[in-house]
Design a protein around this ligand. Structure first.
Ligand code: MG
Length: 452
């Protein structure tokens, strides 16, 4: 239950995002800076970094002006991937960190994501405090004697690189093509991989806010060039990041994009122990971890929920199928560069990525939707919650934290969720064969249609 229903919501599932000059104005950005300082009691240190967008310096100056006007000091990283902001916040014992990024959104967008002192994404409660301060304009304004200052802390990058390399055990020799989308990790990710001993070929590794190479979403259509180059150069692996490099996706030695869920299952089984994922991940991870006798914890969609569950269950690893992976022994901030290192480490120890993925059982996934009126969504979801488990005989688990998800004993699964933005209910499911999946889809769509 949202306790601040009367206060306009600024933060979405992953920070504040929108078009620069429209939703994201200078005034808003400065006010967010002021609000963060106010929340911290006008004392403390805030790490600030940004991705490669054209609006990044404007945003950084406005945000920093707000933070120092509110009495806190700004520790400046400059161009930095999100994981470095999380790491620096934790390492420098800062009170908060802010990443200026719109992640994988188009070039005209920008946004803000806030991290706590542990380098963990702000929880909804923390975001609500910021929203309330901005709405009420109840800012703490420092007097001339107490105005904060800014300090360049970009030299922390060296310790980030050293800590990353000490965290993994990689011997030299693998050939890796890295595609950074002209984003925030353009210099850092290839550098780290080279220092780890890989022969690195770079693609789109000049920071550029126009994203001339490809759009920052690491989706299969956007990675065609990377896939071709991996194959043509006989590389062992391709690595692609989104605009701020909290995400990583991999291309195997045949130039095929690794299926998101299968890669997540593979790395989870390698790390072992209790792992966390979101309700929209397929049963692939369950089938894999079950063989090892390990538990899979499911959360709502969003990396902050994954982080919260990792803490609560003391899990060894957590990730979303999008390639946003959290390595809690390193930092609570999702880290696409460390994710890349871990995949490289795995390939080096155990063989080619294509052969490793062949051993992961993954069922075909089907996606469908049923149109409905926005006002009907709640009532339909109530009905789905009651009736969906009765459509099947072999229900093993029902989760209703974010839509309704059921898992069947044979590894089939169904997730029914209302769309956040459109007038429809979405059905995602997986089953052993295409035919079986189609049958389940029909049953689910009939159920939803019967309630319209
Ligand atoms: Mg991102």
């Amino acid at each position: 239950m949202d306790v601040h229903e009367d206060i306009p919501r600024l933060f979405g599932t992953s920070g504040i995002r929108g078009k620069v000059g429209e939703e994201i104005t200078l005034e808003l950005v400065m006010n967010i800076g002021l609000a963060i300082s106010t929340q911290l009691g006008g004392k403390g240190k805030v790490v600030v970094g940004y991705d490669s967008r054209t609006s990044n310096q404007m945003m950084e100056k406005a945000l920093s002006a707000g933070i120092i006007q509110g009495g806190c000091n700004v520790l400046t990283l400059g161009l930095a991937p999100t994981p470095l902001v999380g790491y620096a916040t934790n390492k420098l014992q800062a009170d908060a960190g802010v990443m200026i990024t719109a992640s994988h959104n188009p070039p005209q967008d920008n946004g803000i994501k806030v991290w706590d002192s542990k380098g963990m994404a702000y929880k909804r409660e923390d975001e609500q405090v910021i929203e309330k301060i901005v709405h009420e304009k109840s800012f703490s304004n420092a007097s001339w004697k107490e105005i904060g200052r800014t300090e360049d802390v970009s030299s922390i990058t060296t310790s980030y690189i050293n800590d990353l390399l000490a965290f993994v055990d990689i011997k030299p020799g693998l050939k890796v093509v890295v595609d950074c989308a002209n984003g925030a990790a353009s210099y850092l990710s290839p550098l780290v991989l080279r220092k780890a001993g890989c022969k690195v070929l770079t693609l789109n590794c000049q920071p550029d806010g126009f994203f001339p190479g490809r759009m920052p979403e690491p989706s299969e259509p956007n990675l065609q060039e990377l896939m071709k180059i991996v194959k043509a150069t006989k590389a062992d692996l391709g690595i692609a990041h989104d605009g701020d490099a909290d995400r990583m996706v991999a291309v195997d030695d045949n130039g095929q994009m690794a299926e998101f869920d299968a890669l997540l299952a593979l790395i989870s089984s390698e790390i072992g122990g209790c792992v966390v994922t979101t309700v929209d991940a397929s049963s692939c991870i369950d089938l894999t971890m079950k063989k090892l006798g390990e538990k899979v914890i499911r959360t709502k969609v969003g990396d902050v929920y994954v982080a919260e569950a990792i803490e609560k269950y003391k899990a060894s690893f957590g990730g979303e199928p999008s390639g946003t992976w959290i390595h809690p022994e390193f930092c609570m901030c999702p880290d696409g560069i460390l994710s890349a290192l871990r995949v490289i480490e795995l390939v080096q120890k155990k063989g080619s990525l294509s052969s490793l993925l062949e051993n992961i059982t993954s069922y075909p996934t089907l996606r469908g939707k049923v149109n409905c009126h926005k006002s009907q969504k709640d009532q339909i979801m109530d009905g789905v919650e009651k009736k969906l488990p009765h459509l099947f005989e072999n229900v093993e688990e029902k989760i209703s934290i974010d839509g309704i998800r059921i898992a069947l004993k044979d590894g089939s699964w169904v997730l029914i969720r209302p769309s956040g933005t459109e007038a429809n209910i979405r059905v995602t499911l997986g089953s052993k064969t295409d035919e079986e999946a189609q049958k389940i889809m029909e049953k689910c769509q009939e159920l939803i249609e019967s309630m319209l």
